[in-house]
Design a protein around this ligand. Structure first.
Ligand SMILES: C[S@@+](CC[C@H](N)C(=O)[O-])C[C@H]1O[C@@H](n2cnc3c(N)ncnc32)[C@H](O)[C@@H]1O
Length: 281
């Protein structure tokens, strides 16, 4: 496995406190989506995505890739730089890697993930499993990692699976897409993104109220307690889920439906973050 220069995360750009505290001090309170994914959060996500019988995105996207991997890589002859954003356990890019290795005998894989230990462990496993593959794990945020990839020459296939695209905040979307555009600068370069369709509300509700999603969401309290010497108590919070239907239309296009999921304080409570005191209602 080849070392890839560290790519700074937004948490490193500022400090972790600078990235998290504004959300905790606002009303309603929030943490950025990426903060859910420490190593334990990534493990819990994988359990929620693969062992929750009502969550179909992982299974459907994997099957689509298995059925279409040949077409997706058909135009490539030489070494491809496969960059998977938010790579997680790398199961999906592995389908493309196997196909590329079969066709060209070589592939350079750049799994990008904010969860450093998780991405490095999965990269090591892939290196051991796949002959002809070079792996360059990038522990960092997608957007900064794309900027880093702009300095790497050669044909690039950038992939983005697991509905992660839909979690990019609307006010960051244009900048993100511009960065993708600037990274796929050669005629052969491609960006392949998986986006879920609107689904039946009951099916979505069953998927996101399954215990595995609840565990994934509660993990953020453990992370806050660890990162900030805080004393959040799970028993003081409920998991809440909302299926949002937005009837507004933009440019005659009906906006997609989406879900919000998170934690709600059950009571009036004081939480300490090291020396910082917060009042939650
Ligand atoms: C929804 S999971 C998808 C995992 C995998 N791609 C899949 O399809 O199963 C999102 C992954 O992206 C990572 N992640 C979340 N926000 C990120 C960000 N801003 N930059 C890089 N990785 C991020 C998480 O650690 C997690 O592994």
């Amino acid at each position: 496995m080849q070392a890839t220069p560290a790519v700074s995360t937004s948490a490193e750009r500022a400090s972790l406190a600078d990235a998290i505290l504004p959300g905790l001090l606002s009303s309603p309170k929030f943490t950025p989506h990426w903060y859910n994914y420490d190593s334990r959060g990534s493990e819990l996500y994988m359990i929620a995505a693969t062992e929750n019988p009502f969550y179909h995105v992982f299974r459907v996207e994997t099957a689509l890739l298995q059925d279409n991997a040949g077409d997706i890589i058909s135009s490539y002859d030489g070494t491809v730089r496969l960059v998977d954003l938010g790579a997680g356990n790398c199961v999906k890019p592995k389908i493309l890697i196997d196909m590329l290795l079969k066709k060209t005998g070589t592939c350079s894989f750049y799994p990008v993930d904010i969860a450093q230990e998780f991405v490095e462990e999965n990269a090591r496993r892939l290196m051991a499993d796949c002959k002809g593959l070079s792996v360059h794990p990038i522990a960092g945020e997608n957007q900064n990692s794309l900027k880093f990839m702009q300095s790497v020459s050669g044909t690039k296939l950038i992939t983005h699976f697991g509905n992660s695209f839909s979690t990019i905040p609307m006010n960051e979307m244009a900048t993100f897409l511009r960065t993708v555009w600037e990274t796929i600068s050669e005629p052969e370069d491609r960006y392949l993104v998986g986006i879920d369709l609107n689904q039946d509300e009951n099916a979505v509700r069953q998927a996101y109220t399954h215990g595995s999603w609840v565990d994934f969401n509660f993990n953020v309290l453990n992370r806050l307690n660890r990162d900030f010497r805080a004393d959040f108590k799970e028993k003081n919070f409920d998991y809440c889920f909302k299926y949002v239907v937005d009837e507004r239309e933009i440019c005659n296009i009906k906006r997609p439906e989406f879900v919000t999921a998170g934690l709600r304080s059950k009571c009036d409570q004081i939480v300490h973050l090291g020396k910082i005191y917060m009042h939650l209602q």
